[in-house]
Design a protein around this ligand. Structure first.
Ligand SMILES: [Zn+2]
Length: 382
């Protein structure tokens, strides 16, 4: 399996299912604003990473379509779909997500509590456009993502970072002294290294108490816990928190990292499948929330992409869906869906693009200049 064949099969599947048109491969390059940063006040952006990676067998192949009805029937027909996003970076969730946020293949230790090396889109956004901290947030799955909101780069850094919300961390704190049982399913920190739970350190959340966290969400701690315990998974908790942030602050740049489906590492196919179905449903819910919130309706671009895929891994000890350790074409060739005002509907783009193109694309859409990002804006979305 090559990157080209992965991409072609996605295109053929979507053409058969939705009648998607194929975008011409040569498009004029008009992207980066010549006049420097300019805030597009009328625009909001939500980036969703699609959950720690999945295979096409469970998604964009005929046998997978029953798992992603919301993507296929609600979102893709309104979207431009990139079938060939080639990831040349390290296939670890934190480092790959940091690379998406900086537009540079980061080489930080995936399992350490470290900030990205290069400035993030959150810092460019806030510094270039003089935006307050509450205008950009990251909702992240694991303690290991605590530092993703801002780099250590000179002239950027914590002063311009996004607020990072780790819903599980706060739920755990809230439940620490309670007698509530049966909530471990909401707290599992990560699926890749069950024995490793990074300690929280660094500026992003250093001083945020449980009560401050609840106040950010406009909730009491009791209400937060009460609601959280009705939810089925960490990702569902993240979406609940993201919705509260949207209502309270209407951030222009909101980043949600979903992660449930990475439970695949545990080797249980049914849990992995269930997580894909849930992620699909949550993506549909995010889009419906956008339509129902006055600050977002009609002016929001939603971008959904996995951080990377899963490999075929049919080697001894592998079972074909569990990991992302071989670095084969399947694990490196992902996709991107973009929809919202001004974005062409039901269009497939087959040319190869990279995860690094996301940061410059966000820059062009919102009017900031991610100077150190190595990707190029996706002109098909301009
Ligand atoms: Zn993983």
């Amino acid at each position: 399996m090559t990157s080209v064949s992965v991409s072609r099969s996605r295109r053929e599947f979507l053409q058969a299912l939705t009648g998607a048109a194929v975008s011409p491969s040569t498009m004029s390059f008009s992207a980066r604003a010549a006049s420097g940063p300019r805030l597009r006040l009328d625009r909001r952006i939500i980036v969703v990473t699609f959950g720690g990676g999945c295979r096409d067998e469970e998604t964009f192949l005929p046998e997978g379509q029953e798992n992603i009805p919301h993507l296929l029937h609600d979102l893709v027909p309104q979207a431009t779909f990139f079938t060939r996003v080639e990831n040349r970076g390290i296939l670890g969730h934190y480092v790959a997500t940091a690379s998406l946020a900086t537009g540079v293949y980061e080489s930080i230790n995936n399992f350490a509590s470290l900030p990205p090396e290069y400035p993030t889109v959150f810092e460019y956004f806030r510094r270039d456009l003089k935006r307050p901290a509450v205008d950009t947030w990251v909702v992240a799955p694991s303690n290991g993502f605590n530092r993703i909101g801002g780099s250590d780069s000179r002239s950027f850094g914590p002063e311009y970072a996004a607020g990072v919300v780790l819903p599980k961390r706060f739920l755990k704190a809230a439940l620490a002294s309670s007698s509530v049982a049966d909530y471990e399913h909401l707290l599992r920190d990560n699926y890749e290294t069950p024995l490793f739970t990074p300690e929280i350190e660094g500026p992003a959340n250093k001083d945020l108490s449980l009560h401050e966290f609840a106040s950010i969400l406009s909730l009491s701690v009791t209400d937060f816990v009460h609601h959280a315990l009705t939810l089925s998974s960490p990702d569902e908790l993240s979406i609940y928190v993201a919705r509260q942030l949207m209502r309270r602050y209407a951030p222009r740049l909101l980043w949600i990292t979903l992660h449930d489906m990475d439970i695949a590492h545990a080797g249980c196919y049914s849990l992995y499948l269930e997580a894909i179905q849930r992620t699909d449903r949550l993506c549909g819910e995010i889009w419906r929330t956008v339509q129902s919130e006055p600050e977002y309706a009609g002016k929001t671009t939603l971008l959904i992409m996995p951080d990377f895929g899963r490999d075929s891994d049919f080697s001894p000890g592998g079972n074909g869906f569990q990991h992302h350790r071989t670095g084969d074409a399947l694990s490196r060739t992902t996709w991107l869906i973009a929809l919202g005002p001004g974005i062409r509907e039901n269009v497939v783009v087959e040319r190869p693009v990279e995860p690094l193109d996301l940061a410059p694309t966000l820059g062009t859409m919102l009017g900031f200049d991610p100077k150190m990002a190595q990707g190029k804006p996706l002109t098909e979305l301009m």
